[in-house]
Design a protein around this ligand. Sequence first.
Ligand code: FMN
Length: 193
Amino acid sequence: MKLLHLDSSALGADSVTRELSAAIVARWQDAVPGLTVEYLDLDANPLPHLTSRTLARADVICNEKEDQLLAQFLAADVVVVGAPMYNFAIPSTLKAWIDRITVRGKTFRYTGNGPEGLAGGKHVIIATGRGSVHGDNAPSDFQEPYLRFLFGFIGIKDVEFVRAEGVGLSPQHRAEALAKAHAAIPGPLPKAA
Ligand SMILES: Cc1cc2nc3c(=O)[nH]c(=O)nc-3n(C[C@H](O)[C@H](O)[C@H](O)COP(=O)(O)O)c2cc1C
């Protein structure tokens, strides 16, 4: 079984999503013997923005990297994503990765009955962090709904969130939010064990 682990926080050792995504991966490693883990730090090694040049596949090095990112994603059974809320959405570094794995003909296609996801069968767990408290279904939340829709669009319905929010309100809020999030980390699904 293969697990792909991504982080995108720009806050380094202070990051709550890095702490939570690492804890989620550790849980899977404990539960699944022989689990292979590949790691992408999208802050330390940011991908370039998607541009007309990359879309035209004019850059050989970029093409190879994009093909590799897509193959890595398609090969993964489990994807663990650290996704902070930045300006009500996700970091642009994470968006740049999403732009590389949301590819017509590879992870989705258009049919006479509408779009069809082609990347089903994966399990996605997303660690989210928020400075303020937004709760569920908030109009200010373009982070979790976006990620749920995006992964659903490419065929992945099995998307779980582990959320720490209100972490910017006070050190106490942060500690409590992190403790709650750690306690809410889901165990690996029986089908995946
Ligand atoms: C550039 C930037 C933008 C942010 N925008 C928001 C925001 O719109 N709403 C919010 O609640 N918190 C916001 N925050 C706070 C982060 O969501 C919070 O610090 C969270 O812990 C980030 O996850 P991390 O600790 O893994 O980096 C922002 C933080 C940064 C650095």
